[in-house]
Design a protein around this ligand. Sequence first.
Ligand code: CNA
Length: 320
Amino acid sequence: MERIQKYLAQKLRLFDSSEKVLREPSITGIIDYIKENENCKIITMAGAGISTSAGIPDFRSPSSGLYHNLAKYNLPHPQAIFELDFFMENPEPFFMLAKELLPEGFKPTPSHYFIRLLWEKGLLLRHYTQNIDTLERMAGLPPEKLVEAHGTFHTGRCLKCRAPYTLPWMKEKIIEGVIPKCEECNEGVVKPDIVLFGEMLPERFHYLTDRDFAQADLLIIMGSSLVVQPFASLVDRVRSDCPRLLINKEKVGMQDRLSRFLGLRQGLIFDERSGRDVAWIGACDAGCQLLADELGWGDELKDLIKKEHERLDAENTKKN
Ligand code: CNA
């Protein structure tokens, strides 16, 4: 078996060399690595789990996840609510759900502000998010540092004439319980610019992933089940000597048995074979605060959250 693996490794150049790049494969090893790499270029990858503490449910968590609470929408299958074909036929369930999920009164979480702090410290190469809730923008992450891989509620477009619409315009209709219809052509439904299953990912995603991942010195993955492609396999796009830290409530994205047998570079490896992958199992906010504390920015993170939440509360009071 070893000979087959070696052969494939040489011929296909797909193997994972699993170099020992961390002093120890633990959160301490990651913290030491950041401290020792002054200009460490960090990519963060996030999913719905960084927003659950803001009150926005994720997809797949048992009992609280959206997929477990869709019975009232009478869907042919749970994922249909996020499928383009189904949306074209019947947009109502999507907008009913959107009414529940709209970023109204939600505030970014400590995880969002930790990512902002990475940017302020000059360590953030890019933040890739699957989330559509706009909380990264609200946390003050500049648009050039952000890739919203599955689009965003921030803007919308008429499906017929492509006329653009803003979040406040769409929100008003959605909250009234009305399907947003285009005021230009009077025909098309206005769909938020989120990527439904069956739609292409934004051009920016492809362009920047090609550029960024080969340059990264550290990958931090937070709050994702790593099942939606092509986002999930971005973890394989970093160099083989780039450490990867998963902060999540459960271990996800692990290498499967076939890839392991073939020695392919696919998936995260959290056992003794890996010199670079670390799983920190727990809540994203706690993991981010721990990292910030150990890097000496703990109080700065707490102050930033307090200041920004007060600012958002004041803005909300003014609006209402
Ligand atoms: P998912 O498949 O629901 O997975 C979420 C993951 O996060 C799971 O592994 C959970 O165990 C974990 N998790 C949940 N809460 C926490 C927490 N507080 N701390 C640590 N871990 C936690 O969601 P993914 O993002 O992986 O799936 C991709 C979908 C989800 C994308 O297409 C998104 O558009 C979509 N989505 C986005 C939002 C949002 O914008 N906030 C909400 C719901 C779904």
